[in-house]
Design a protein around this ligand. Sequence first.
Ligand code: ATP
Ligand code: MG
Length: 314
Amino acid sequence: MNPPEVISLGNMLVEIMRVNLDEPLDRPGTFVGPFPSGDTPIYIDTVARLGRSAGFIGAVGADDFGRCLLDRFARDGVDFAGRVLPDHTTGVAFVAYFSGGSRKFIFHWRHAAAGQLGPEYLDPDYFRAARWLHLTGCNLAVTERSREACYRAMALLPAGAQVSFDPNIRPEVLSVEEVRALCRPAIERADVILPSLGEAAMLTGAATDEEGCRLWAAQGKTVVLKQGPAGCRVFHGPEDLSVPGFRVEEVDPTGAGDCFCAGFTVAILDGLGLREAARFANAVGALAVTRKGPMEGAPTREEVRALMAAQGGA
Ligand code: ATP
Ligand code: MG
């Protein structure tokens, strides 16, 4: 395949989730899975489903969980430019859901194939046609080598290519200062920043997300604040657009943010204006929550069109 237009990189995981609510992970219970997952794999798979040429750099083990991920990429048309490592097993996330909407995770990632990604995985030639690179905060935080890979990806982009950045990071192990320092180079280079609740305030030190988003907008960024069922808000220069979400029945919210980022990327590459791009991304995010599994709801263009047509006023 020709070098892709949209590139992402990072952790490749399968997700294995509790079937029932309120079954904690420290005792026997019923799981379902594996489902292909990982924030940037969800993103890139959605880009491909939406019809843009997409490539991914990461690592899986030479096992069935790895095949689960690679088969999904192959089915949806993502070019895999990563490695299959015979001496590591594929990364796994175990997830429990609780009434009230909270989730708890156990990640086998840092010491798995996913944690081996480093800057030497990146072939400069692979970036020659790139128009868009998507990075996330968790891939800047997981290992130093993963971070170096992300920074190198930015350096390899041709002139004019855009960078989107989803902070997707909670300062659980790292201090807020450490998180800010890790994210700074990505935020400085990013054309588009797509935070969720709390992240803009945390990363900028502003009192509120709104103030944090305005700070980034004043630096020339397009900022898209994801707001769950409410949709999103777009800040660009002095513009501040509230774009309402679509009404759907939420089955599983995991992955909505990543699918949303993919929708926004594709819409901007299609040449849509900010409001239309945000609306398209809202539709992609809404469809993502209607199916169980992080990537299972990633829609095709036809599904997005159908939802937008059905809820014309949304
Ligand atoms: P995560 O990191 O858990 O994947 P996030 O916090 O980054 O999610 P959300 O704001 O939860 O992102 O969801 C992203 C987008 O998906 C929202 O901005 C909205 O457009 C859409 N979305 C999410 N949940 C719903 C829902 N229940 N109904 C309609 N749209 C939704
Ligand atoms: Mg998020």
